[in-house]
Design a protein around this ligand. Structure first.
Ligand SMILES: C[S@@+](CC[C@H](N)C(=O)[O-])C[C@H]1O[C@@H](n2cnc3c(N)ncnc32)[C@H](O)[C@@H]1O
Length: 230
């Protein structure tokens, strides 16, 4: 099974497990929304519909929080897993949020358009480092001037020793939040596809991609929110 098939297989129960498997869920996603929101509000104030591109959008968790924080956005969700996107589509259709779904690999050209925010959560760490850098360049190029790129993602620790500590802490936190052995084993099976990179390197790649004001806006062990302005 590839990574998209792994996620498609759990699409229906995906959202319910997230708050257990991402122990810092609220601060992590809220920070990503706060980083992405200003250019969306600016577009609305200028009389334009703000355009959001969500990379590896899955069931649309980040897009959903963004569209609740800034009503009136138009969402483009890209993911290689059609069942994950189907869950997202049902939700956005039900809420009357303008959206389009694109089933594609992140290595393929991004959906045509210029975006006020290009966002991503827990997806880019599945790419190898050269694909991450390439994607960062294409994401930066897809922004309108002043647009924002934000990646809320799993990251590697700066050393193998700290990486082991990140995993120990994660195991203790998810168990405390009620994940049982089966849920943890399934998450670890999906983690076999993880290719996380350290925050410092990724921030350098974002700067090399042409973004300004690059920063790590949030970090709790292996979960970090990084981004910059186009
Ligand atoms: C952990 S889920 C995150 C989904 C959502 N962004 C969220 O915050 O819950 C990872 C998603 O990335 C997608 N993904 C991973 N690698 C991908 C790739 N190379 N191209 C497109 N989608 C990919 C998976 O199919 C999956 O839906």
């Amino acid at each position: 099974m590839g990574v998209a098939e792994e996620f498609d297989a759990v699409a229906d129960g995906y959202d319910a497990a997230r708050r257990r498997l991402v122990p810092c869920f609220d601060a992590f996603y809220t920070t990503a929304v706060e980083v992405a929101a200003p250019p969306l509000r600016a577009a609305l104030a200028a009389g334009r519909t703000p355009e959001v591109l969500d990379l590896g959008a899955g069931t649309g968790l980040l897009s959903s929080l963004l569209s609740a924080a800034v009503p009136g956005v138009r969402l483009t969700l890209v993911d290689a897993a059609p069942q994950m996107l189907a869950v997202a589509a049902e939700q956005f259709t039900g809420r009357g949020v303008a959206h389009r779904m694109v089933v594609a690999d992140l290595a393929e050209p991004l959906p045509a358009g210029r975006y006020d925010a290009v966002v991503s959560a827990l997806a880019i760490h599945h790419l190898d480092d050269s694909a991450k850098r390439d994607l960062y360049g294409r994401a930066a190029a897809a922004l309108v001037p002043g647009g924002v790129f934000v990646n809320a993602d799993q990251v590697a620790a700066p050393t193998p020793e700290l990486d082991r500590r990140y995993h120990e802490v994660w195991l203790a936190q998810v168990a405390a939040l009620g994940s049982d052995a089966d849920e943890i084993a399934a998450a670890e099976q999906r983690m076999a596809y993880d290719r996380p990179a350290p925050v410092a390197e990724q921030c350098r790649w974002l700067t090399e991609a042409g973004l300004a004001d690059v920063d790590c806006f949030f970090k709790a062990w292996r979960f970090a929110v990084i981004g910059g302005r186009g």
